[in-house]
Design a protein around this ligand. Structure first.
Ligand code: ADP
Ligand code: ADP
Length: 227
């Protein structure tokens, strides 16, 4: 069953149509890239997919269920959105509280998550920052923390808005390797990026937005051989 089925989706700001008849289906386990130049509509689409914005027209089904019939909370529980500026979403005083928040509010006992926490701190290279305030982290560390929080809340779709933007090579590699690992473990990922090299290297599929419309929806191999 598809995770997302988008049909005829359009979105207009006041007098400007930012998305026109967008149509695609995303299956569990895919690693898709959402590309396109500035103003193409990528952020608008991401906000709609994450439930922050409601489309002007068209339909979204999430695991077969019409989005219109779902509560925003439930959409957000299914979709983890990593913002370009992830500090907007931090709510705890320490890195470890932030990571474990999802488990704690779900009432999972500490014995059950204690080991996962250590593994996540290690994987996201945040072990020595565990007692720091999330706001004090570097941008790269904030992005990694933001992805980590999505994992403890166990969201099925990870949606990232330019996760490597402004990052040095080491941070980019660290984050991309984490995403690759999650993908290998079956996580579904939709990543907005301008970076064609990253797409070529990591994604399976490219959705290219051009002036609010899907211009290409093809496998990465096809995309890089033919265009
Ligand atoms: P991208 O993320 O690909 O750069 P956006 O989704 O941010 O594209 O923007 C798509 C189009 O919608 C652009 O023309 C942009 O100027 C316009 N836009 C985005 N946000 C707003 C807004 N809040 N009000 C009016 N127009 C907007
Ligand atoms: P991004 O790089 O993620 O596309 P932008 O810098 O384009 O972000 O936009 C930042 C914020 O400004 C977003 O919330 C977007 O909706 C809003 N925005 C973008 N373009 C416009 C516009 N033409 N008018 C009003 N708001 C806009």
């Amino acid at each position: 069953q598809p995770l997302l089925e988008i049909e005829n989706l359009s979105f207009s700001y006041r007098n400007h149509e930012a998305l026109t008849n967008v149509h695609f289906t995303l299956y569990p386990g895919e690693f898709a890239a959402l590309a396109g130049s500035n103003g193409a509509g990528k952020s608008t689409l991401a906000k709609i997919l994450s439930g922050i914005q409601v489309p002007t027209s068209g339909s979204i089904k999430r695991k077969g269920k019409p989005s219109k019939k779902m509560r925003t909370d439930d959409i957000m529980k299914q979709t983890g959105f990593v913002f370009q500026n992830p500090e907007h979403q931090f709510i705890c005083d320490t890195v470890e509280d932030e990571i474990t928040y999802g488990w704690r509010i779900a009432g999972v006992a500490e014995e059950e998550w204690a080991r996962d926490l250590e593994e996540m701190l290690d994987m996201f290279q945040l072990t020595d920052k565990r007692h720091e305030n999330p706001f004090s982290l570097s941008q790269g560390q904030k992005r990694r923390l933001s992805v980590a929080t999505m994992l403890s809340s166990n969201q099925e779709l990870l949606l990232l808005d330019e996760p490597t933007f402004g990052q040095d090579e080491a941070n980019t590699t660290a984050l991309m390797n984490i995403l690759k690992k999650l993908h290998l473990h079956g996580k579904t990922i939709l990543m907005i990026t301008h970076d064609m090299e990253l797409i070529d290297q990591y994604a399976d599929r490219v959705l290219l937005l051009d002036d609010g419309m899907i211009k290409y929806d093809v496998g990465t191999d096809t995309f890089f051989n033919n265009t």
